[in-house]
Design a protein around this ligand. Structure first.
Ligand SMILES: [Zn+2]
Length: 418
């Protein structure tokens, strides 16, 4: 390695296998870590005695720019929430608003220790630009719907052509990639779903969608197609891409779980969004694991959560799984932390002196339990050797300016909406 690492002195570090180490550590640009013997060349030394270093959180289902809709339609079920609040505002959506909203959400991700978002929204070029500027990693999934959007006024075919070109060009940044994101089986007809899947295969990109979110969706799919949602997606070859990421999966039968496992699909558990919208059903984590499905966690957008803090989502995932299955042994802090940080190559330093982390006794079980159930301030965030946040201050984005711009943008966004 020719790059120069940074050194944290006298600190605690929990590695990807959830082992706890104490001492002086080097964090390398390639994301690896090693023990320091004190004589290596380093960029600088940091006092780590008040910090706990861990892998960063990974958020597998977001609509980052929907921070524009945060705190609205607070008492509505999904369909009314979409029709009364979300779709009318989205008629006024512009590329500038998407870039601003994406950056604002990235500021929130960084402040809460997340360095990856799998995002689905409109104007993918601006989604990617916001992610790139923030310094985190991400997937910018351009949303396809059969109805016109301001992003694609001519509907699904225009979306498919635009995404084809974007995927050919690439984002020009190794941390951020484009993906194909047909919204759902109830907003995309069979033809659009098939074309979206073919496009993802052509470019070996991720294929993102929502599936089996509500009971209504499941019943309608069965009535119209003779299949349940995952069976239907399988029957039209949608899952052949082998890089599909399906949000929610709250109403699956066991055979649908096995289908997802066969196709290496990722299924994203979003418990807060499900509970807030009164969905009545949420993913069965133990059944999915038993079937061999690759389960991840996601927050959904700020409109249906209202937070994109993956740590909070992890806590609620553990709570709802235990509650639903009458089993307090499910998703213990160690398993939960592994699930929340799986595949992370980045680092976060948490404030171990935060009262919410006390008492910790420097025991692994307590440290992890406090971190995931009680929370701690996120002090430093590292991606590829770049410090996006230091001492509780985000450095990669001008958070004050973004917040001010967001206030101005939101006033106009909601002008004609009650
Ligand atoms: Zn969603």
């Amino acid at each position: 390695m020719d790059e120069v690492p940074v050194r944290y002195l006298d600190t605690h570090l929990i590695d990807e296998d959830c082992n706890l180490h104490h001492g002086d550590f080097l964090l390398h640009e390639d994301g690896s870590w090693s023990l320091s013997n004190g004589d290596e060349d380093v960029k600088f030394n940091l006092n780590g005695s008040d910090r706990l270093i861990t892998r960063s959180l990974q958020n597998w289902h977001t609509h980052l720019a929907m921070i524009l809709n945060r705190g609205t339609g607070e008492d509505l079920p999904l369909q009314r929430w979409l029709e009364d609040i979300i779709f009318p505002t989205e008629k006024k959506l512009t590329s500038e608003l998407v870039e601003l909203g994406t950056k604002a959400s990235c500021a929130e991700l960084i402040a809460t220790g997340t360095t990856f978002a799998c995002d689905m929204y409109y104007f993918p070029k601006q989604m990617a630009a916001g992610l790139i500027e923030s310094g985190i990693r991400g997937i910018a999934g351009g949303t396809i719907t059969d109805f016109p959007t301001t992003s694609y006024p001519e509907g699904a075919n225009q979306a498919i052509n635009d995404l084809d070109n974007l995927l050919k060009e690439g984002t020009g940044n190794s941390r951020v990639e484009y993906a194909v994101a047909p919204h759902a089986i109830y907003t995309c007809g069979k033809e659009s779903l098939i074309k979206a899947s073919e496009l993802s295969r052509k470019h070996n990109s991720y294929l993102l969608t929502h599936a089996s979110e509500t009971r209504n969706e499941v019943a309608n799919c069965k009535k119209e197609n003779g299949y349940y949602p995952i069976e239907y997606l399988d029957s039209i070859g949608f899952l052949e891409s082998n890089k599909s990421v399906l949000a929610h999966c709250g109403w699956l039968k066991k055979n649908e779980m096995r289908i997802l496992a066969t196709h290496n699909s990722k299924a994203v558990h979003c418990p807060t969004s499900n509970m807030k919208l009164g969905i009545g059903g949420t993913m069965s984590y133990p059944a999915m694991i038993e079937a061999g499905v690759d389960v991840r966690l996601g927050t959904d957008g700020s409109a249906s959560n209202n937070s994109i803090d993956l740590r909070q989502e992890a806590k609620l995932a553990s709570m709802i799984q235990r509650h639903d299955h009458w089993d307090a042994s499910l998703l213990n802090p160690e398993k939960l932390w592994k699930l929340s940080t799986q595949d992370s190559n980045d680092w976060v330093a948490w404030n171990i002196d935060d009262i919410r982390m006390r008492p910790h006794g420097f025991e692994k079980r307590r440290l992890l339990a406090n971190l995931v159930y009680s929370n701690a301030d996120c002090l430093d965030v590292w991606v590829n050797g770049v410090e996006l946040r230091h001492g509780g201050m985000t450095m990669s984005l001008n958070v004050e300016e973004i917040s001010n711009d967001l206030e101005i943008a939101v006033k106009d966004y909601y002008e004609d909406i009650n």
